[in-house]
Design a protein around this ligand. Structure first.
Ligand SMILES: Nc1ncnc2c1ncn2[C@@H]1O[C@H](COP(=O)(O)OP(=O)(O)O)[C@@H](O)[C@H]1O
Ligand SMILES: [Mg+2]
Length: 406
């Protein structure tokens, strides 16, 4: 059990939720076996103060858990407590939550919360369509900083977020739009999953930005693109188009459009090339060929290839919903095995929970043998197969074929 996992338990059982700074310091260092004297020395606090903080902390914990906890037995009691809470609860969301005295504090340790209603009411010129809820979102700090720099400071006109399925493109696009929305007069988020004809999409965008005032929509797609660009010049708009792969057909070297969707090529080319004050953020598994030619380090067209989450954030994906036992190196190995793909990690989490008693090392030892896990994952997911969406099925397939030993 790592100190991070122990802290989760502590924060879950304590009424006050998260520990204060000094309590956490004492807890962490005591967990690593340091004496109060060592803690005082390394932190610069007075020894009496550290001792007092420690003793109050153990008292609080003893009260919350109903048994005597001291600096000496804290590790063994918390390990036992963790097993009891999570094993007996059969780990359904509701049971775990009901056993936690302060579930909000527990959640807030992981999340930054923005509700959908906040987003919609914050600005009347926002339309978030089917944008997903990203209140549980970890890491991606560098990516968000870089994207903000490109869009807000360097005023890029078209930015692509690229990456394999499940890597977090959709989630990142929503998080990004939430973060930079204040720099725009209009924000509109749309999924291209159902491959809307460009003629309809441009009409919808024009209607939105003109606030329903546009009565003379051009008949041709070209005319509508020009009209839209006229509005994008007048107002600073953030357009997010998710799932652009739905209109693409992957080729060997370049990516072409699905039959009937070739006009999107012209649309993207013009939005990247012509002068306007807005930004289109496009997420896709593949890069449209027009944009490959336009992008560059100093060009207003850029792309960001999304890679997997690092261990710390990958671990949070697991632990935000259930408790798991694992050492740092074991976590590192599991997350590396699934390339830090958030969707893959989300799908593997219940497998480890249900089939391996939430014990990462048990899962890893089978993963290393490269045998059982493949069938187990498949069987478990097979049962749920009909409920999975197509992206999940694809990631499941990827999980199934990704059988390399860690
Ligand atoms: N940084 C993150 N923190 C927490 N969950 C994430 C993160 N990125 C993605 N997810 C979750 O992983 C799943 C897959 O992400 P998604 O954005 O749909 O991937 P993609 O669009 O690349 O296929 C979603 O359930 C999403 O909420
Ligand atoms: Mg997506």
């Amino acid at each position: 059990m790592t100190v991070e996992e122990a802290l989760l338990i502590v924060e879950r059982v304590l009424e006050q939720g998260c520990l204060n700074k000094v309590q956490e310091l004492v807890f962490r260092q005591a967990w690593e076996g340091q004496s109060y004297g060592d803690i005082a020395k390394s932190s610069g606090y007075d020894m009496g103060y550290i001792k007092d903080t420690g003793s109050k902390l153990w008292q609080l914990l003893s009260k919350a858990l109903g048994e005597k906890i001291t600096k000496a037995n804290a590790q063994s009691v918390l390990k036992r407590c963790a097993r009891q809470i999570y094993a007996t609860a059969a780990l359904s969301d509701t049971t775990v939550t009901s056993q936690v005295k302060n579930p909000q504090a527990y959640q807030s340790c992981f999340t930054t919360h923005t509700s959908t209603t906040d987003r919609v009411t914050a600005n009347q010129f926002q339309d978030w369509g089917e944008a997903i809820d990203v209140s549980v979102f970890f890491g991606r700090v560098e990516e968000l900083n870089r994207l903000e720099q490109w869009i807000v400071v360097e005023r890029c006109r078209l930015v692509m977020l690229l990456g394999m399925g499940g890597m977090g493109k959709t989630a990142l696009s929503v998080k990004l739009a939430e973060r930079i929305q204040e720099h725009f007069d209009y924000v509109i988020w749309r999924s291209l999953r159902n491959a809307p004809p460009l003629k309809e999409l441009t009409a919808e965008l024009i209607q939105f930005i003109s606030r329903g005032q546009e009565t003379n929509l051009p008949e041709t797609v070209d005319g509508r693109i020009s009209h839209l660009i006229h509005y994008l010049r007048q107002h600073r708009c953030l357009l997010v188009l998710d799932n652009a792969e739905s209109i693409l057909r992957g080729g060997e070297r370049t990516t072409f459009y699905q039959e009937g969707y070739e006009e999107y090529g012209e649309f993207l080319r013009r939005l990247g090339e012509e002068r306007h004050n807005s930004c289109l953020v496009l997420t896709s598994r593949e890069k449209p060929k027009e944009l490959a030619a336009q992008e560059g380090l100093t060009s207003p067209v850029r792309s960001l290839q999304l890679t997997g989450l690092p261990t710390v954030e990958g671990q949070k994906i697991f632990q935000s919903r259930w408790f798991f036992l694992g050492s740092e190196s074991e976590w590192g190995a599991v997350i590396k095995h699934y390339a830090g793909n958030p969707l893959a990690l989300k799908m593997v989490a219940p497998v480890i929970r249900d089939l391996f008693d939430s014990d990462v090392s048990k899962f890893l030892s089978l993963l290393e043998q490269g045998t059982l896990v493949f069938d187990d994952i498949r069987n478990l997911l097979d049962r749920q197969f009909n409920r999975l969406c197509s992206l999940e099925k694809e990631v499941m397939y990827w999980l199934a074929i990704n059988r390399e030993p860690v």
